[in-house]
Ligand binder design. Structure first.
Ligand SMILES: [Zn+2]
Length: 110
């Protein structure tokens, strides 16, 4: 019986980790985001960079605001991905998505 329940969703990869780590293959992120967000993300369709190989790569793309360069990832998918990355503990909650992260503009448009 696993004694460590850290609140992360279980995932069924072969990496052997209970928690999704940056070293996990990108497939592990299927556990924390809908396929509609995961699939274009994993393929990096139309993006000027190679598809992410690991969960850490995805976190990096997110933090560098490169997700918006992937075709098919709108605001909603963006949110699903950021939520998944937060669930997995790969980014901290409150990391603002979008290219205007450095600014202090409140994106209060719901
Ligand atoms: Zn894994």
């Amino acid at each position: 019986m696993p004694a460590c329940d850290l609140g992360s969703p279980p995932h069924g990869c072969r990496c052997g980790a209970h928690q999704i780590t940056p070293a996990c293959p990108v497939d592990c992120l299927r556990a924390v985001m809908p396929a509609a967000a995961f699939n274009p993300l994993a393929r990096a369709s139309g993006a000027p960079f190679s598809p992410p190989a690991t969960a850490g790569d995805v976190a990096g793309l997110y933090q560098r605001h490169q997700l918006s360069q992937i075709r098919g990832l709108g605001i909603r998918r963006h949110r699903e991905i950021s939520h998944g990355l937060q669930l997995a503990g790969l980014i901290s909650a409150g990391s603002p998505p979008g290219p205007d992260a450095a600014g202090s503009q409140p994106a209060a448009r719901a």
